[in-house]
Design a protein around this ligand. Sequence first.
Ligand code: IMP
Ligand code: MG
Length: 209
Amino acid sequence: LYSYLTIADDSEGHDLSLFCVPKHYEEDLDSVIIPSGLIKDRTERLARDIVRDMGGHHIVALCVLKGGYKFFADLMDFIKTLNQNSDKSVPLTVDFIRLKSYSNDQSTNSVKVIGGDELSALTGKDIVETGRTMETLLKLLNECHPKMVKVVSLLVKRTPRSSGYRPDYIGFEVPDKFLVGYALDYNEYFRDLSHICILSDRAKEKYKV
Ligand code: IMP
Ligand code: MG
């Protein structure tokens, strides 16, 4: 099994004023916990590990929307770059599925699945917290009897609420805080933020539904 980058519980992240953040979110964030450059660098390495493991197998890459779209697009770009610059390459097709389980900062018990017709191989995900979303999706995927399913998640949260589920590839292991940015949202806000940031308690109230 592969390792991942651990962000410690006592990590306060980086001062917002050191980075470029949209004006409309300046008051809502405590700090930048993973700058977009670091996300990209780690994603590049995940792409290399995946291509190596896949050998020559065809990959059907399944993006879990909406939170996984940035990570998915960047991961696919790195895989494409590897494909066009080496002697070995893996054929790649893409598909998309939409899951919804969150309201405010709480995971709800129901996981809603919308879309996705050709289900199999590699799924790209934003964040695993309790693991419930991925376990539901994996059950669904296995009904299609794919040859192999591998799960890639950019983030895994260290939380006592975890079911114990672990993805095959992990970008970062993060503290039990609510994170936004790089397509991760709070009630649909903050997807338009490049860095992964810690949401302030004040913002949780401000954008509550
Ligand atoms: P799980 O089912 O508890 O593993 O939760 C997974 C889903 O919850 C993710 O796909 C996200 O949509 C959402 N989620 C969990 N933690 C966070 C977070 O810190 N920020 C934004 N969304 C989160
Ligand atoms: Mg969400």
